[in-house]
Every structure is written in structure tokens, then in C-alpha cells.
Design a protein around this ligand. Structure first.
Ligand SMILES: *[C@@H]1O[C@H](CO)[C@@H](O)[C@H](O)[C@H]1NC(C)=O
Ligand SMILES: *[C@@H]1O[C@H](CO)[C@@H](O)[C@H](O)[C@H]1NC(C)=O
Ligand SMILES: *[C@@H]1O[C@H](CO)[C@@H](O)[C@H](O)[C@H]1NC(C)=O
Ligand SMILES: *[C@@H]1O[C@H](CO)[C@@H](O)[C@H](O)[C@H]1NC(C)=O
Ligand SMILES: *[C@@H]1O[C@H](CO)[C@@H](O)[C@H](O)[C@H]1NC(C)=O
Ligand SMILES: *[C@@H]1O[C@H](CO)[C@@H](O)[C@H](O)[C@H]1NC(C)=O
Ligand SMILES: *[C@@H]1O[C@H](CO)[C@@H](O)[C@H](O)[C@H]1NC(C)=O
Ligand SMILES: *[C@@H]1O[C@H](CO)[C@@H](O)[C@H](O)[C@H]1NC(C)=O
Ligand SMILES: CC(=O)N[C@H]1CO[C@H](CO)[C@@H](O)[C@@H]1O
Length: 392
């Protein structure tokens, strides 16, 4: 089964989309659609073109940029990100999957928006490997929830723009998310206008949801932020330990044709240290997740700070769900209490001073890639119980 699922027969242009023979869990009707998302004029980071002449750095040049960024982000910004830039009239093809429970939607007017993080596409939420254990979409459908997941720009079946600095960067991703939130409310996705959107993010997906909640708090009813914290102390170490490779060199059968700004964790080991807490996962999960790894652009990595760190005026409830051994957001020690009284996760409430209710759940023996661990079924139970309590 594993061998079957990790064979890639798609044409190179689809850039290694995974699981093309998996159409979603048995308890949901899932439909994949491509949406051409036209963005308004918005500010982007400028990225001095001396950073990567031709926008296609060699492995060595790409690695040196990562090293400079990790050494001193302030110096990096000064050298490469001074000034301002804006994008006008960009439109991107974004692929998403709407899944409606076969037994009927029990939450009329509500949809869960599932937003994946770096190194994945939206199949993170429903990746076809033991769906009974690992598919969040399946568990949500069993509770009567409709879900919508989409592949971030530059991943999965969405468009892969050549310019992985000025175009595929975090400010663009937040604009795309705002457009999708608007479409969900207006009936532009699945033909039904949803009055309530529950944002469920993982990692960079949680970062984007938090950023969207700063700008359009009224388009979100509740936030479930997984693989996340407000503590960036360990971020540089995480980026360094990814040991990034150009995607087209690391997995040429999947990514030939992409420029050097598109990168992937360079080794199964660097994927493990960042996403998995050994040995608390099915041994088949590690090779499976690395075979299905998705590219990240350097533009997104270098622009993360631009969408992070703001306080949000979001007034709805927020549930933070981060594994106790999250390497990226806690340096694998989420139980540390920086102020002597509150864990790193509890202190994340400073981001949401106006939230009606900020709660924390930290599954044990769980690394950053929560959905890949043996704890996933319990994590889903916790999230769905939390969401279920909202609607009563
Ligand atoms: C602004 O962005 C465009 C691409 O959208 C890029 O070609 C140009 O070099 C950028 N300007 C600066 C000053 O970074
Ligand atoms: C881009 O970087 C080069 C080399 O560091 C510098 O000479 C130039 O002034 C920079 N351009 C901008 C617009 O910052
Ligand atoms: C769902 O809600 C809409 C609008 O609020 C309503 O028109 C429709 O009848 C409801 N459907 C069901 C099955 O309750
Ligand atoms: C779910 O995971 C458990 C523990 O790894 C395993 O024993 C079981 O076979 C899995 N269930 C399915 C349906 O694959
Ligand atoms: C959040 O609320 C505060 C005080 O109510 C206000 O000063 C601030 O501008 C708001 N921030 C945003 C992003 O709307
Ligand atoms: C972030 O976490 C580290 C431990 O990983 C701790 O030393 C530091 O004080 C924390 N910072 C904040 C602002 O909570
Ligand atoms: C920690 O808790 C103790 C005892 O409740 C209290 O005296 C102290 O002020 C608290 N410190 C912080 C930083 O909350
Ligand atoms: C916050 O949510 C939790 C979990 O849903 C619940 O147990 C608690 O009563 C809520 N607190 C408030 C003040 O609403
Ligand atoms: C080469 C360079 O610009 N280095 C600067 C990096 O930033 C520190 C302050 O954070 C400066 O002191 C250095 O001069």
C-alpha cells in the first residue's frame, strides 16, 4: 500500500502532487476545484535583486542566503529587504478540496477552513495513509463538519510562480487567505455561503490565520492553531536544521522545472528532526512524509517575520494545540515556563488579548507535525470536542 501511494506518475508540470488516486475519506464527498484568485493591490517585501540574480540561485547561493538569514535576520533585512514594493493585479490558480459529510452536514452555515504549513500541501489534513487514524477531514466529517482545504501557492496542485521571492512570499499568502475567507462567506466555494468559518491551521497555516485575524477578524468565528506558539526563539535553529536542498535537486522526479528559490528539507533526517518525535510515530510515516514533502520558497521563509508578531483584536475563542516536543515553536520543550508560572504555550495568549476564551492543549510525545504522530486520533478528539462545545 505504501509503495503504491508513493509512486508519482503525474507529469512534471504538476510538481509531484501526491495521492492522485485517493479521493478523500469514505465518509465524505470531496471535490477538488481550481480557483483563479485575483488579488487586490497589496504591499510586498521588495527583495533586492542582488539577493538572487535571475531569481534562480544555485544550491551554494541558496544555502549562503539561508546562512546569512539565520546568522542575523536584522542584517539580512538591511541588505536585501530595504524599501517597499507592491503588487498589482496578480491572479493565481489555487487548488482546494471541499469535503461534505455523506451522512449530512450537521453544522449548517459553518465550514472549517484547513490551512497547512511549510513542507506540506493540503493533503496534510487528509493524506490517504490510514485515514481512520490520520485524516483530520475524516474525523471532522464524522462529526458532521464540512471542510475546505487548499494548497498554498507554490505547493500541490496550485500554481508555482517562477518568482519565489517577490511573488511567493508570506504577504501574498495572507492575501490569498483573505480572498478565500471572502469567497467562503459569499458562496464562491461549493455554491453555498457560509456564515461561520472556523479557521484550523498548522504551523505556518496558523501564522497566516493569526495574521488574517488581525486584518479581517470578522471573517473568522473561531481559531484552532496547531503547531504554533508566540515564541520565535527556536526558529533560526529550525531553519538551519532543515538543511534545505533545491527541490529540483533533492527530488528531481517530482520537482524538475522549479527554480532554486523552491526548497525542501534536504534529508529524511532533517525532516525528522523538524517534524517528528522519535519513536512516537508509525515507522512507515517517516519515509511516507519525506516522499511527499512539498516545496517552500525562500521568499516565504525570509518574509515570515513580516506577518508574525502582531497582536490580534480577534474577539472569538482561540484553541492552541501544540505537541510537547515541538522543535520549531518550543525547541522541543513546550513545558518550559519562561516566567516561572506559565508555559511557552500558555504565554501565547498575549497575541489574542481580546479573545473570549484562549485555551491550550499539548499532546504528549508529539513533535511539530502533529498529524503524523500516534497521538493524532487523540489530538483530533480534543479539537473536535473543543469545536463541538462552541456550537452548543
Ligand atoms: C518589486 O517586485 C517586482 C516583482 O513583482 C520585482 O521584479 C522588482 O524587482 C521589485 N522591486 C524591488 C525594488 O524589489
Ligand atoms: C541592492 O543591493 C546592492 C548590493 O548590496 C546595493 O548596491 C543596492 O543599493 C541595493 N538596492 C536597493 C534598492 O536597496
Ligand atoms: C441551512 O441554512 C440556510 C440559510 O440559513 C437555510 O436556507 C437552509 O434551509 C438550511 N438547510 C438545512 C438543511 O437546514
Ligand atoms: C491505527 O493505528 C494503530 C496504531 O499504529 C494500528 O494498530 C491500526 O492498525 C491503525 N488502524 C488502521 C485502520 O490502519
Ligand atoms: C486593535 O484595537 C486597539 C484598541 O481597541 C486599536 O487601537 C488598534 O488599532 C486595533 N488594531 C487593529 C489592527 O485594528
Ligand atoms: C521562549 O522560550 C525560551 C525557551 O525555549 C525561553 O528561554 C524564552 O524566555 C521564551 N521567550 C518568551 C518571550 O517567552
Ligand atoms: C507567579 O505565581 C506566584 C504565586 O501565585 C505569584 O506571586 C507571582 O506574581 C507570579 N508571577 C508571574 C510572573 O505571574
Ligand atoms: C473556555 O473554554 C473551555 C473549553 O472549551 C471551557 O471549559 C471553559 O469553561 C471556557 N471558559 C470561559 C471563561 O468561557
Ligand atoms: C555586516 C553588518 O552589517 N553587520 C551588522 C549586523 O548587525 C549588527 C547589529 O545587530 C551590527 O552591529 C553589524 O555591524
Amino acid at each position: 500500500m505504501l509503495a503504491l501511494l508513493s509512486t508519482f506518475t503525474l507529469a512534471a508540470i504538476a510538481y509531484g502532487s501526491s495521492n492522485t488516486n485517493y479521493n478523500g475519506p469514505s465518509n465524505a464527498h470531496c471535490v477538488r476545484t481550481t480557483y483563479n484568485i485575483a488579488l487586490p493591490t497589496y504591499s510586498t517585501l521588495p527583495f533586492n535583486s542582488s539577493l538572487a540574480p535571475g531569481l534562480d540561485p544555485s544550491t551554494a547561493a541558496m544555502t549562503e542566503l539561508t546562512a546569512q538569514y539565520v546568522t542575523n535576520p536584522g542584517n539580512f533585512s538591511q541588505a536585501y529587504l530595504s524599501g517597499s514594493n507592491s503588487s498589482t493585479g496578480a491572479a493565481y490558480d489555487i487548488s482546494g478540496v471541499l469535503c461534505i459529510p455523506k451522512a449530512g452536514d450537521k453544522h449548517n452555515g459553518t465550514v472549517q477552513l484547513l490551512v497547512h504549513g511549510l513542507g506540506f500541501d493540503s493533503s496534510y489534513w487528509d493524506w490517504g495513509f490510514q485515514p481512520e487514524n490520520y485524516s483530520y477531514v475524516m474525523r471532522a466529517a464524522a462529526e458532521g463538519y464540512t471542510t475546505f482545504r487548499y494548497d498554498r501557492l507554490g505547493t500541490g496542485e496550485s500554481e508555482h510562480p517562477f518568482d519565489g521571492y517577490h511573488e511567493v512570499q508570506s504577504l501574498t499568502d495572507v492575501q490569498i487567505m483573505i480572498s478565500i475567507l471572502t469567497l467562503l462567506h459569499q458562496g464562491g466555494i461549493g455554491g453555498k455561503a457560509y456564515s461561520s468559518v472556523l479557521g484550523v491551521g498548522h504551523s505556518y497555516g496558523s501564522t497566516q490565520l493569526t495574521a488574517a485575524s488581525v486584518v479581517v477578524p470578522n471573517l473568522l468565528s473561531a481559531l484552532v492553531l496547531t503547531g504554533f506558539s508566540a515564541n520565535a526563539t527556536s526558529f533560526g535553529r529550525a531553519i538551519a536544521s532543515m538543511a534545505f536542498s533545491r527541490a529540483d535537486e533533492g527530488q528531481p522526479d517530482r520537482f524538475t522545472g522549479l527554480p532554486g528559490s523552491y526548497i525542501i528539507p534536504g534529508l529524511p533526517q532533517s525532516n525528522q528532526i523538524n517534524f517528528l518525535y522519535y519513536p512516537f510515530y508509525d515507522p512507515d510515516v517517516a519515509p511516507y512524509s519525506y516522499a511527499n514533502v512539498e516545496p517552500i520558497t525562500q521568499g516565504v521563509v525570509f518574509s515570515l517575520a513580516a506577518i508574525s508578531g502582531s497582536r490580534s483584536n480577534f474577539t472569538g475563542p482561540v484553541h492552541l494545540v501544540t505537541g510537547d516536543r515541538d522543535w520549531i515553536f518550543c525547541g522541543s520543550q513546550c513545558g518550559v515556563k519562561p516566567d516561572g508560572n506559565h508555559t511557552i504555550l500558555e504565554l501565547t495568549d498575549i497575541v489574542f488579548p481580546k479573545s473570549s476564551n484562549f485555551t491550550v492543549y499539548s499532546p504528549e510525545n508529539t513533535g511539530h507535525g502533529l498529524n503524523l504522530h500516534l497521538s493524532a486520533p487523540d489530538t483530533y478528539t480534543n479539537i473536535l470536542n473543543w469545536l463541538g462545545a462552541l456550537s452548543t
